[in-house]
Design a protein around this ligand. Sequence first.
Ligand SMILES: [Zn+2]
Length: 407
Amino acid sequence: MPRTDGARVLADLKRLAEFGRYKTGVHRPTYSPEDVASRAWLAGQFAAAGLDPVIDGIGNVIGRNPGASRRLLVGSHSETQPHGGWLDGALGVVYGLEVARAIGADPALSGLGIEAVAWADEEGHYGNMLGSRSFTDGLDEAEIAAATSREGKALRQALAEAGYAGRDRERLDPSRYVGYLEAHIEQGETLERGGMRIGIVEAIIGSWNYWVTITGEQNHAGTTQMSRRKDAGRAMVRLATQIDDGFAAIAGPRTVWTIGRMLLDPNAPSIVPGRAEMQVQFRDTDTRVLARFEEKLQALVAAAARADPCSVTIEPMSKSAPAAMDPSFQSLIEEAAERHAPGRHLRMPSGAGHDAQVLSRRIPAAMMFVPSLKGISHHWSEDTAEEDIVLGAQVFADAAAAILTAG
Ligand SMILES: [Zn+2]
């Protein structure tokens, strides 16, 4: 089995965190000068590990391994959220690098190879998982031409400033790989609370989103009799409560739902709101549960429309399908975890989206989690215990070697 060097993993993670350091975290938005510098540094590390690095036209850094006869693609994204943590993405990239080194150094594994990758813009500064979608033919030039950052900067401009404009975009050749493997911090507290050290992802959740619009009649809050009102705000709050109760009654063990956005128009203390909007989202790994939630939501909206003097309508906004992880890869990760952390690993869903869901549409893919301290992520204080980072690297390398040697 390959031998990882825990001190080297920690040193590389700390070096990578210097690009855009912010307090104990990192501010490294995609295509910022810090991000571009970190990608150049990663390409150098991939080269030092014996790989042929390419930084492509969307900013993906890929360490090619032309000599291997069987290859596993391993990595994650390397940019961060604004004022985000030092491990989200970076952990999986550095594990990929370390596994490439460890497998490359093991004579028993000759002919088997890792291609390490740092995807661009998983965090959505300019789009949604731009790098992995570009690699899997899911990103066309029209979308690139139209994409802008939240601050209004055009993606094309950002790519030009980064020096990536005009480069080819690397594309997946599915016959080149046994599959794709990604490590990530959990970003929740399931592992920590259960005293677990490794998570084996069974599936990445699908997220279904809806826009509910309520139209009433705007009027004076002092002179309009209660019986004559068409109060869109009251109708929305009532419906929101019914949705929450209704969902709770039919939820699966890990379904989550959120009404994360509500608007009143006008939003003023002495006006009966004439219009209200809310966005309803639910997530699960099981499409049947998602379909059940959709049916419930439609029924509640229809009932509210009948019962209330306001009109109530619903429109679907987006639906992402749950992504199942490869069952045989899951078993091999689990065996590796059992070897190094007996009884302290857990099969679980991923509540957050990851590049692995994009890759899983084209090649077998799997993910491994390490615990997040207090479940904090997307914040500069995000952290993981050093001994968990070190253990995770070895489990991950064992799993990668087992996947490469299997079948
Ligand atoms: Zn991430």
